[in-house]
Design a binder for this molecule. Structure first.
Ligand code: KG4
Ligand code: ZN
Length: 338
């Protein structure tokens, strides 16, 4: 089954064609990152306009590069939530039009479920159940993937997402948006022990997380150095910050493996590209005899292929929509009935 998949929830317009949820026939992306960089973050109105400009050309490009005709497409999948509402709407409206014109089923896909499904593309042998650490720009959570469309949330951040904090620290250090990758690069030559940064354990649920205290501590440290007229050691600050995030995530990953008895843990989302988190999680899981699934960097960030992968399993579960499908800025990964 060949699914045309559309993603437009933030600052990447993406159209992919995926076969049977596992094989990428094409994965076309038009990134707006350079445009938003001059504002230091995504400007929602500009994002929506750019999605409109890019989306139909990208769909043509996808068909051409995959060597598939419109008749060869069996269904259209689309990110319907969560994201910038104007941006998500562009994708949903385009997908509705395409599904109606081609007379094919329309499959709504939750963006975070899509991030998790990037693992099915990278690891053909991976099947639920498994644990997944989701770390994107807007979400940080531990998910038990019981089945392709059945999930349970073990814990989430109670305030900021890890990616937001990476971006904020990068921004205050004068790094280009989005700061996560730049902080990661700078951290390579730093000493993670040079500055003392906090690791928090909020609330009663051991799987819940909080990153705002760490973010504030890092920002206060940078401002302190500015005020006393001294230079902060940027690589060491980035290394210490990344290490603190990694410690908070990996300690909970270990606990999740211990408490659930699972021996498979996957990572998903843009922050899953972080070198320290990848290395620490790999080392910790190997010590416990657990298998770690880490999609390649290009599948960690937003892309259309992950929506096509999850779309296939949503279709098999009967989760299709009609032309009344709406877009939602916020929506739980647990999948309310549409
Ligand atoms: O999943 P994603 O592409 O978009 C959302 O759905 O949010 O994640 C984007 C986030 C941004 O915060 C970006 O700074 C972060 O992923 N990111 C990283 C790295 N690469 C991207 N954070 C830390 N280290 C990286 N190497
Ligand atoms: Zn994303």
């Amino acid at each position: 089954m060949k699914i045309m998949a559309i993603e437009s929830s933030c600052d990447e317009t993406a159209v992919a064609i995926v076969e049977d949820g596992r094989k990428i026939l094409t994965d076309c992306i038009s990134s707006q990152v350079d445009l938003h960089r001059i504002y230091g973050g995504v400007v929602p109105e500009i994002a929506s306009r750019k999605h409109i400009e890019a989306i139909s050309g990208l769909a043509d490009q996808a068909l051409e590069t995959a060597g598939v005709t419109r008749d060869g497409i069996d269904a259209v999948a689309v990110t319907y939530a969560p994201g910038l509402i104007g941006a998500v709407l562009v994708g949903v409206n385009f997908a509705k039009g395409a599904a109606m014109a081609m007379g094919k089923p329309l499959i709504p896909v939750h963006h975070i479920r899509g991030h998790i499904a990037a693992n099915y593309l990278a690891y053909p042998e991976l099947e639920p159940p498994f644990l997944c650490l989701v770390v994107s720009g807007g979400h940080t959570m531990f998910v038990e993937v019981k089945d392709y469309t059945q999930m349970r949330i073990l814990g989430t951040t109670l305030d900021d997402a890890a990616g937001e904090c990476f971006d904020k620290v990068g921004r205050v250090l004068g790094m280009p948006y989005p700061g996560g990758a730049a902080v990661d690069r700078a951290s390579q030559s730093g000493d993670p022990m040079k500055y003392s940064l906090p690791r928090s354990k909020p609330g009663n649920n051991p799987f819940d997380m909080s990153f705002s205290g760490l973010k504030t501590a890092a920002l206060n440290l940078i401002h302190h150095y500015e005020q006393v007229g001294e230079e902060v050691d940027i690589p060491s600050l980035c290394a210490g910050f990344s290490q603190a995030v990694s410690d908070m995530l990996v300690s909970r990953a270990v606990l999740a493996l211990q408490e659930t008895g699972y021996r498979k843990i996957a990572v998903a989302g843009g922050v899953a590209a972080n070198s320290r988190i990848r290395a620490d999680l790999l080392a910790a899981a190997q010590q416990m005899g657990a298998q770690v699934y880490m999609p390649p960097l290009r599948l960690c960030g937003d892309n259309g292929a992950m929506i096509g992968a999850q779309g296939y399993y949503e279709y098999l579960a009967g989760n299709t929509a009609d032309m009344s499908l709406n877009a939602y800025a916020t929506r739980s990964i647990l999948g309310e009935t549409l």
